[in-house]
Design a protein. Structure first.
Length: 752
């Protein structure tokens, strides 16, 4: 009999121990993450009293996969549109907290004379609060619906995003001996370039692909395709110098903008839970009791650093973000712990071999202690504010609250700022797309063309063909970069307001034209030996042809519309299903009209009636814009549409009109049957006598169903089963029929 592989034995041991320990932690109402860590410690070589994992290398491999799937799931929960709608307050708070806590971590590391890389990675670990633990604590304490909790969750989302960027930056720092400011700036620009490129290309391509194959995809295929895209992006990310986790997160955020995002999230969750559990168990396996005893003082000092640092600097950061002193203290105290991202950053440091072995178990111990203290810190915030309010001068309290309320809601941006911001964003995105296209053409197409056309004689033709193809491919991007926003409302308003605006407006066009000419110049310079004047002339002519070409214009508009449709596809589907308000509702509010949803009760008197019969417009002055029925949406229904129970009506009207409509819908109900007990159905046998009025009549002619509200279900002919009473058969004397009906109806039929 073949031996069971060690990998399977280790997996069985880890999962069994994790299952038992997490059941205990669930009973104790503690976070499951801590249960996984304790389970890892119990199966580690450091625990002599229990069975240990034999092959730790395989465990670390699974843990790496767990990190990848954890960040993929995080990306599925993330939406760049949500971040843009948050405004500046969470961004200010997040950056302030991360900077302050990272500096505190570096300072504490230097105080213990730890190595430079240990201090840098420690700063990154202390800067990341745990989304999972805080969410669980808010849920347990019943605080999730409070306003300050929403602010905390917004900051945590941004922290998770910046943690991804921090991991890339730490990898760049670890790979260089002494990275200077130029290298750091280059790393940031590289991150930004690939981030924008992957998001734009991903949102353009992935939703379109899923839309094409939607009819062919079931749950199993969608799971395989989603994980395949995740792993493919993880591989591509490592090829360009980033971590696999960064690529997995990007693919998750791309899929988050698709219609299938919620299905993918549910399908991936079991996979994420499995490998995530293995990751956290592997974290616990690195906990060495001897190290914990040796580093007891640093552990306690780091715990105090997190508790005090987050309480003070977190409060200040949230006040800078616009929160009142009381709300800021509740937010800051809530974030006083570290969690899963600290483990991921520590794992990164170990895998790169740049941090000391003791740092990982120290961070795990700090995380465990601060996690247990999280509920108490959340509860402590209000008493701390009360104590502070009683002991600080009233002027100081007012000054602090004035600091928070001084961030009034930003007034409407002026036209110049709106226009220049939009132009800058468009120029950046289209420049990145153009640069990526040029890089792909020169990396793959140019060598292929040179192999296809070998020799010095044909070398020029290969370059020329590649150059022409490259210009054709980037032409929609360059045209959109130059022409977009030139006829916008802001542009026309500024042009008509003052003659002084016209020269700066024309200058913005000139700058974008120069950027477009630069791309053409670079392509010509790379592939030819023309003089600079000739290449600039070629660039100007090419840009002019792009601007005048209707074909390029149509391609540019088509690509942009497809991208915007993909970006909004999830919102559109949410509007269709009624889970999100239509976009035009905001314009109705200016006219004292809005949309409201009403559910048709199951006992409504309106059911079965058409909109024409109900005449809702004349009675209540409202308009039915849509009817949501099961998974279908009926937009602009005409008068022939019939109302069904359970329909969800989207109604447009004023507050008074909608109130009258809602009252009528709730009151026009079928009254409860007071004789419900008499509605019991019974079965009776009926023998057709010589004086029966039914003799010689067919079942239809007898009108038994309509006159007596009874139903003939069969004819007894001496067989085991009743025979069907044929519609054209006539009743005869002596027929034995079986009839179903209410008691009173059966009596009337028998007496007929």
């Amino acid at each position: 009999m073949a031996e069971l592989p060690t990998m399977i034995e280790d997996l069985a041991l880890m999962l069994m121990m994790a299952g038992v320990v997490t059941l205990v932690f669930k009973r104790l109402k503690q976070p499951l993450v801590l249960g996984y860590i304790v389970a890892g410690f119990l199966v580690s070589p450091h625990m002599p009293y229990t069975a240990s994992v034999a092959d730790t290398e395989n465990v670390h491999l699974w843990a790496d996969i767990g990190v990848m799937f954890l960040l993929f799931s995080l990306g599925l929960d993330f939406s760049f549109k949500k971040i843009l709608k948050m405004g500046a307050s969470p961004i200010i708070s997040t950056i302030s907290i991360i900077f302050a806590m990272a500096m505190l971590g570096v300072f504490v590391g230097h105080a213990f004379n730890w190595s430079r890389m240990d201090c840098i990675f420690l700063g990154g670990m202390l800067a990341m609060s745990s989304t999972t633990i805080i969410y669980k604590a808010f849920d347990d304490l019943g605080l999730r619906q409070q306003q300050f909790a929403g602010m905390v969750m917004s900051v945590l989302i941004l922290e998770d995003i910046l943690a991804i960027v921090m991991m890339v930056m730490l990898s760049a720092i670890a790979s260089g001996n002494n990275p200077d400011g130029g290298q750091m700036l280059g790393s940031i620009m590289k991150i930004g370039f690939f981030l924008v490129l992957w998001l734009v290309v991903g949102i353009f391509a992935v939703p379109a692909f899923l839309r094409k194959v939607r009819r062919l995809i079931n749950a199993e295929v969608l799971l395989v395709v989603s994980l395949g895209l995740c792993c493919a992006m993880a591989v591509f990310s490592t090829k360009v110098g980033f971590s696999s986790a960064f690529g997995a997160f990007i693919m998750g955020s791309v899929l988050a903008e698709t219609v299938e995002a919620e299905r993918i999230e549910k399908l991936v969750e079991p996979v994420k839970n499995l490998f995530g559990a293995i990751f956290f168990v592997s974290v616990g396996m690195l906990v060495d009791p001897e190290i914990l005893v040796s580093y007891a003082i640093p552990i306690l000092l780091l715990v105090l650093t997190i508790l005090i640092g987050q309480s003070i600097f977190g409060t200040i950061a949230f006040m800078l973000g616009g929160e009142s002193l009381k709300s800021a203290m509740r937010c800051g105290f809530s974030m006083a712990q570290i969690g899963e991202f600290s483990f991921i950053i520590a794992s990164l440091g170990l895998s790169l071999g740049v941090i000391s072995d003791f740092l990982y178990p120290v961070v795990v111990a700090v995380s465990v202690i601060t996690t247990f203290l999280t509920p108490y810190m959340i509860r402590l915030a209000t008493p701390a504010y009360t104590h502070l309010e009683h002991h600080l001068p009233t002027k100081v309290i007012k000054l602090m609250n004035h600091l928070s309320t001084s961030h009034s809601a930003p007034s409407e941006q002026n036209k110049w700022k709106q226009l220049l911001t939009a132009m800058a964003v468009n120029t950046l995105i289209y420049s990145i797309l153009s640069a990526a296209t040029v890089a792909i053409m020169f990396t793959f197409v140019l060598p292929f063309m040179r192999r296809l056309l070998p020799g010095w004689e044909l070398h020029w033709y290969a370059n020329a063909i590649t150059g022409v193809l490259t210009v054709l491919f980037i032409s929609p991007f360059l045209r959109a970069m130059i022409m977009k926003k030139n006829r916008s409302e802001e542009w026309r308003a500024l042009w008509e307001e003052s003659n002084r605006n016209r020269v700066p407006l024309l200058f913005t066009v000139l700058v974008r034209v120069m950027i477009g000419v630069f791309f053409i110049f670079y392509i010509c310079n790379f592939l030819s030996h023309f003089t600079n004047a000739v290449m600039i002339t070629i660039g100007i002519i090419a840009i002019g042809l792009m601007v005048l070409s209707r074909t390029v214009k149509q391609r540019s508009i088509k690509l942009e519309r497809l991208f915007m449709m993909n970006l909004r596809s999830r919102d559109i589907v949410a509007q269709v299903h009624g889970t999100k308000r239509p976009l035009y509702e905001g314009r109705l509010l200016d006219r004292d009209v809005h949309i409201a949803d009403f559910n048709v009760p199951m006992n409504s008197m309106w059911m079965g009636s058409s909109l024409k019969q109900l005449d809702l417009g004349r009675k209540y002055g409202v308009h039915i814009s849509s009817i949501l029925r099961a998974n279908f949406r009926l937009n602009i229904p005409d008068g022939d549409y019939v109302i069904f129970p359970g329909d969800r009506l989207q109604v447009i009207g004023s507050d008074e009109q909608l109130s009258k409509f809602g009252h009528a819908l709730e009151t026009d109900l079928i009254s409860e049957d007071m004789y419900l007990e008499n509605r019991e159905m019974k079965l009776r046998q009926l023998i057709i006598g010589a004086d029966s009025p039914f003799i010689g009549k067919t079942l239809a002619e007898s009108d038994i169903r309509y006159l007596y509200s009874c139903m003939v279900i069969g004819l007894e002919e001496g067989k085991e089963n009743l025979s069907r009473f044929a519609p054209n058969r006539k009743f005869q004397e002596g027929d034995i029929i079986w009839v179903v009906g209410e008691e009173e109806s059966l009596k009337a039929l028998l007496n007929s």
